[in-house]
Design a binder for this molecule. Structure first.
Ligand code: 13P
Length: 367
């Protein structure tokens, strides 16, 4: 393993206030998003969509790396130029999703285990030869009445660590993604407790599998209340052990500024407790938050804490960068320019958020 090479790549992925663009949706996920907008679910529609993304003028100003899917890494522009060349010409490092999906975990109703370790060494070798310099593996942790179980957290953390070690052996930086899902009525405090337990377990496993922490990127969820969490519950429980946080005393919905600050505080505190300083960068997933909220929350973290943190706080968003562009594109060639503008706008908003310079006013301008 060339440790220096891995460290250089990992640092490059979070340099210049840029971040990652996740465009690695599997066929079912991509097709589902197309179907909602009436876009045909075909190989060619997926190719045309990805061409729109990778040819966005100026994307490399804000995006350091793009995560591709196996289908996409082998595709070309209409004129025959490989997407890999388009990306590297734009100064964007190509990456690749290498897990084969989160599957139902045997004997664990409601829980998932991510598969993809079989044959991974050979697949990584091929992707490296093609030009990929980093990889992604997503583990999924759901919160419910009796879940997550300890065994689900451990099995997923173990798989993440074995994947990460194989990536580094192949000269590729592992993006380690343990995602605690937003689905459910759990409180902010419960998400915090689960996220911290998951991250502690993941780093224990990374250490025991001898992963070079300086040569990896962590891709966690932000700490958020469940999508259907009643507001009063969130308030009561968020106060436990968090006295320095502003606590809301009514059952009204928080206004946006309170929400943003609360999420920024609790997320950074959880990471501070669990992520070793050797890790060069933390690049959040967006997880179904609106594009604007994802930018605002990342901005608040950097604005309040950047100078005190050992790692860069960056982004590795899929939906929070792509969704507005996808809605404009609609599968039509005539919408490509406008969709690209929307994509670049989100990328710029997120680069501004890394600098603590994002404002709501940016949403009213071209950003
Ligand atoms: P979202 O930003 O849409 O959550 O996707 C990030 C990702 O790469 C999921 O694996």
């Amino acid at each position: 393993m060339n440790a220096q090479y891995l460290m250089d790549t990992a640092r490059a992925l979070v340099a210049g206030d840029k971040g990652l663009l996740a465009m690695d949706e599997s066929h079912p996920t991509c097709n589902k998003r197309f179907a909602k907008l009436g876009i045909p679910q075909t190989v060619d529609a997926r190719r045309a969509y990805r061409e729109m993304i990778v040819t966005t003028p100026g994307l490399g100003e804000c995006i350091s790396g793009a995560i591709l899917f196996d289908e996409t890494i082998r595709q070309q522009k209409k004129d025959g130029t490989p997407f890999l060349k388009v990306l590297t010409d734009a100064g964007i490092i190509p990456g690749i999703k290498v897990d084969t999906g989160a599957k139902d975990m045997a004997a664990h109703p409601g829980e998932k285990i991510t598969e993809g370790l079989d044959g991974l060494r050979d697949r990584l070798k091929e992707y490296f030869q093609m030009g990929a310099r980093f990889a992604k593996w997503r583990a999924v942790i759901a919160i419910g009445d009796d879940i997550p179980s300890r065994s689900c957290i451990e099995a997923n953390a173990h798989a993440l660590a074995r994947y990460a070690a194989l990536c580094q052996e192949a000269g590729m930086v592992p993006v380690v993604e343990p995602e605690v899902l937003m689905d459910g009525d759990h409180t902010l405090e419960r998400c915090r407790a689960v996220t911290e337990e998951v991250l502690r377990t993941v780093f224990n496993q990374l250490n025991s599998q001898r992963v070079l922490l300086e040569g990896m990127i962590l891709k966690p969820n932000m700490v958020l209340p469940g999508l259907t969490c009643p507001p009063h519950q969130e308030v009561e429980e968020a106060a436990i052990g968090e006295q320095q946080f502003q606590v809301r005393l009514t059952d009204r919905q928080p206004d946006e500024e309170e929400d943003v600050d609360e999420v920024a505080n609790i997320t950074v505190k959880s990471l501070w407790r669990t992520v070793p300083a050797a890790v060069p960068g933390i690049a959040f997933l967006s997880g179904g938050q609106s594009a604007e909220l994802a930018s605002a929350r990342l901005n608040a973290m950097n604005l309040r804490f950047k100078s005190q943190l050992p790692w860069a706080l960056a982004f590795s968003f899929a939906r929070a960068i792509q969704q507005p562009a996808l809605e404009i594109w609609q599968g039509k060639e005539s919408n490509v320019k406008a969709a690209q503008q929307a994509l670049l706008h989100r990328a710029r908003c997120n680069r501004a958020a890394r600098r603590g310079e994002y404002t709501a006013a940016m949403e009213r301008t071209s950003g």
